[in-house]
Design a protein around this ligand. Structure first.
Ligand code: ADE
Length: 228
């Protein structure tokens, strides 16, 4: 999978993408992630990428020109399955979307700032709009990092244990059951006996039961809407 990211703060990505799973995925050649500075596509003297909104109002708007120049330039070399705008008014990201996007070969993520981007970019270039939740961030960068992480860990071969993404919370529409490791007795609190029973079938059933109970208690909405 190739992920290109367009941002006016390219340095923000350095830490998160050079650690842990995303780092390993890149080292293994399973994920190719490229960060591009929108400002380098600005043609005006001061490398400005924003301007005042027509009709007035608070805040600045990201100009169409540099963003479109960047997208057009990237499109010369890469055929994108999705050109995604990270925005709080987009579709709220969930595991179903992550699974869907993880099958794509090439994705372009556009990070917005200020009051948004010129609507004409959305009209003519953007294929998907994603929000990571109902709150407003200072920019799309953190959202793009979150989406990238969620997609990269689903690429086959990225996680050491091939099955571990499948047992994540949300993959079957349920939260994950509780997990335990040694010691058996931690300050008087013991591991549930069933997990030591060696009875594989009973353990699978117990885990499922725990997952259902946990979901009912914490996220009953997941059981209702079938959206996952
Ligand atoms: N940019 C600002 N807030 C955002 C959000 N909640 N999701 C995605 N992109 C954003």
């Amino acid at each position: 999978m190739r992920i290109d990211i367009l941002s006016i703060f390219p340095e923000m990505f350095e830490g998160p993408f050079s650690e842990s799973i995303v780092k390993r995925a890149q080292e293994k050649g399973l994920a190719k992630i490229y960060i591009h500075d929108i400002r380098s596509y600005a043609t005006n003297k001061h490398k400005r990428v924003d301007d005042y909104p027509y009709g007035g109002g608070a805040g600045m708007v990201m100009m169409a020109e540099p963003i479109v120049a960047a997208i057009e330039d990237l499109k010369i070399k890469t055929n994108y399955d999705a050109i995604v705008f990270m925005t709080p008014d987009g579709k709220v990201f969930n595991q179903t979307m992550a699974n869907h996007f993880s099958s794509f070969e090439n994705i372009l993520l556009l990070c917005g700032h200020y009051k948004g981007i010129d609507e004409r970019i959305r009209d003519s270039y953007i294929t998907h709009e994603i929000s990571i939740g109902d709150y407003v961030l200072s920019g799309g960068e953190l959202a793009a990092m979150i989406v990238t992480d969620a997609l990269v860990r689903l690429i086959p071969g990225v996680l050491g244990d091939e099955t571990s993404a499948l047992s994540d919370s949300f993959q079957d529409g349920l939260l994950s059951p509780p997990v335990y490791t040694r010691p058996y007795d931690f300050k008087g609190f013991k591991v549930p006996e069933i997990l030591l029973s060696g009875n594989e079938k009973a353990i699978v059933e117990w885990k499922h039961q725990q997952a259902v109970e946990r979901t009912q208690k914490r996220r009953p909405d997941l059981l209702k809407n079938g959206d996952l």
